[in-house]
Design a protein around this ligand. Sequence first.
Ligand code: 6PG
Length: 245
Amino acid sequence: MSTPEKIVLADGQQLAAAAAARLITVVVDAQAARGQAHVVLPGGSNGGALLKAVAASPARDAVDWSRVDLWWGDERFLPAGDPERNETQAREYLLDALPLEPERVHVMAPSDGSFGDDVDAAAAAYAAELAEAAPGDEVVPAFDVLMLGVGPDGHVASLFPGHPGYAVTSGTAIAVRESPKPPPVRISLTLGAISAARQVWLLAGGEGKAEAVAGALGEVDLPAGAVRGTERTLWLLDQAAASKL
Ligand code: 6PG
């Protein structure tokens, strides 16, 4: 288990640009070492700013995008194409501009897909897809980097403080109902799946995250403080979000 490290950038724009540069480097390094890369995309506005920064980066195409597998840490269980879905936003901000292999873009099912409104079946199918892509008897691929936004309450993905999903100690992808952050129904990786990643990055920008950042990096039991990468746990903050450390 890696000890959390933090890097503080001046503002949200520098946070997104620095995280984007770091992501490109990590993916290029992974492909040099292992021929491919597994990346878990974040949801939310900080995650979206990072994806836009990758799209704008001159170094973007140093990555062989045809050898990148993309996953999601969580997804809002909404109809395909809904603007509130993390997938919809990721495609708009970045993915539609990349020469990705469609079968390597692993989408969490929409609520009008082959599972209909059965979010449990959709979550189980994602767990099966993770296992199919995993080496040997593992249940998830060795994600090279898994990126998470951080909520003002210290949630990550769709794991919320005091909410059942945060207490789940088995499995890799779960259904989340009555999410404190709308929309209410979601699919999320579990803490265990998240912590199987080589690197876990937590992206937090803005004054509104300062309390959660200080709590998670302090003694408060929060999902954001519970996640660890096997090799690195990195908090990427701007000065406002780091202001209570
Ligand atoms: C979601 C996200 C969620 C998000 C945080 C931070 O689907 O809502 O995955 O975990 O990353 O709530 O969101 P902001 O960066 O927009 O504050």
